[in-house]
Design a protein around this ligand. Structure first.
Ligand SMILES: Cc1cc2nc3c(=O)[nH]c(=O)nc-3n(C[C@H](O)[C@H](O)[C@H](O)COP(=O)(O)OP(=O)(O)OC[C@H]3O[C@@H](n4cnc5c(N)ncnc54)[C@H](O)[C@@H]3O)c2cc1C
Length: 401
């Protein structure tokens, strides 16, 4: 009997893991992907959706043809229950058994972090496609009746890159709309200092970010938790308040409910604790990669922060998990080990017509080195990377960098 690998989720982690296992074993394995979305979404471009610079069509593609071309069965459905003892998963499209399961179900927003975080109050988020589209409707209403703008990253957030990118893109769009002088722009963040990024900061990062904010006339409030939002007003936990006409807040992420509900599989946030092989610490035949995998935050800050689980480490984790599953199916030892913190950081932070490339030997300290390279070439690199990545993923070229 051929081994069965079941992958939940078909985005960065799921697509990479599924096609990598299939390529490694070909006729010796059946690989099935069950994904709640039937399209791949290039989430890094969500920052441009509110400004009309990207639409759904530009940043998604249908998954079925890609998986078909690589001999992977694709099921459009949502996993609703995982039974590790029976080694089967119930989905909205039927029940699937597995020898090895890969959980790559990513994130959902923890909107409860900020009561009142809702478009009806003029407070948006951009972390899913529908959210970003709704933030675009709010932006167009704002342009008709401008006022102060707030961009924020709440307590517990790890996705600080998206917050900074949206902040600088907003500054750029305000300039283009002739509103820069009329509209105050404020960045409020849980980070203890600018440029912490949930990574502990990088050499020169704080100075660079301060310079960028000063140049754009952006006011910064750091080390602050947000208490509550109401129409046009944000309350900070230090008693301060910020009035706004338009606000975008990046909330923390949680793991999917199906993962959280599986006994022993997930931590309190619904993420799967894993070894450096990406095996669940509770169930050796279950692997978790990408945002679905838990990462211990290596520092304590006055206001809690998450860590940025970005696309590059997600792909690395997915390849490591796939190689280890392939080895076990061949009856060999697992040889691939790579803890999250040891994966290099490779990221581009876009700023509208400018940007910063962020490179470090390790995502988490201790590090030998890290560097931030500002300049318009970073914006060009982000545009080129989007096109390259969508081409790579659509064709299933999962071994390309
Ligand atoms: C606004 C924003 C900007 C970002 N910018 C960058 C950037 O510039 N650079 C970078 O490297 N990273 C960036 N990231 C992070 C990057 O998007 C993530 O690292 C990546 O999406 C993680 O991939 P994943 O496969 O783990 O999860 P996801 O991309 O969340 O994919 C999860 C998949 O699982 C599916 N799914 C969910 N629940 C179920 C279920 N119950 N059953 C079956 N399927 C399910 C979903 O439909 C989805 O297809 C950004 C993220 C956001 C939100």
């Amino acid at each position: 009997m051929r081994a069965k690998v079941l992958v939940l989720g078909g985005n960065f982690g799921g697509l990479t893991a599924a096609i990598s296992v299939k390529h490694a074993l070909d006729e010796d394995v059946d690989v099935t992907v069950v994904s709640a979305s039937d399209r791949f979404l290039f989430n890094p471009s969500l920052i441009w959706v509110p400004f009309g610079k990207r639409t759904e069509r530009d940043i998604t593609f249908p998954l079925a043809p890609t998986f078909d071309a690589h001999g992977v069965e694709f099921v459009h459905g949502e996993a609703t229950a995982i039974d590790p003892a029976a080694k089967q998963v119930t989905t909205t499209a039927g029940t699937y058994g597995y020898d090895y399961l890969v959980v790559a179900t990513g994130y959902r927003n923890n909107m409860a972090v900020l009561p009142g975080l809702e478009p009806a109050n003029g407070v948006h988020t951009i972390t899913t496609l529908p959210d970003a589209e709704e933030a675009g409707e709010g932006w167009r209403r704002f342009l008709d009746d401008p006022g102060p703008v707030v961009v924020g990253a709440t307590q517990g957030t790890g996705c600080f890159g998206a917050a900074y990118e949206f902040l600088f893109n907003t500054a750029y769009q305000l300039k283009k709309a002739g509103l820069k002088k009329r509209v105050p722009l404020t960045y409020v963040t849980a980070e203890p200092f600018l440029g912490h990024f949930g990574m502990g900061g990088l050499p020169g990062g704080e100075r660079l970010l301060k310079m960028f904010l000063k140049k754009e006339g952006i006011q910064a409030i750091t080390g602050t938790a947000l208490d509550e939002a109401s129409a046009g007003r944000l309350l900070l936990d230090d008693g301060g308040k910020l009035d706004f006409a338009y606000a975008v807040i990046i909330p923390p992420f949680l793991g999917q409910e199906v993962v959280a509900a599986t006994p022993g599989l997930a931590d309190a946030k619904g993420f799967v604790p894993v070894h450096d092989t990406y095996q669940s610490t509770a169930y050796p035949d279950i692997y978790a990669v990408g945002i679905a995998a838990a990462v211990a935050v290596p520092w304590t800050t006055a206001v809690p922060l998450g860590v940025p689980k970005t696309g590059f480490p997600t792909e690395v984790q997915a390849r490591v998990a796939a190689d280890n599953i392939a080895a076990r199916i061949r009856g060999e030892e697992q040889t691939r080990h790579k803890s999250f913190g040891d994966i290099p950081a490779v990221c581009v932070m876009d700023a509208g017509n400018n940007g910063v490339m962020i490179l470090a030997d390790h995502l988490l300290p201790p590090r030998k080195g890290g560097i931030l390279i500002p300049g318009p070439q970073a914006h060009a690199a982000k545009l080129a990377f989007e096109k390259y990545f969508l081409w790579k993923a659509r064709n299933g070229y999962v071994r390309l960098p």
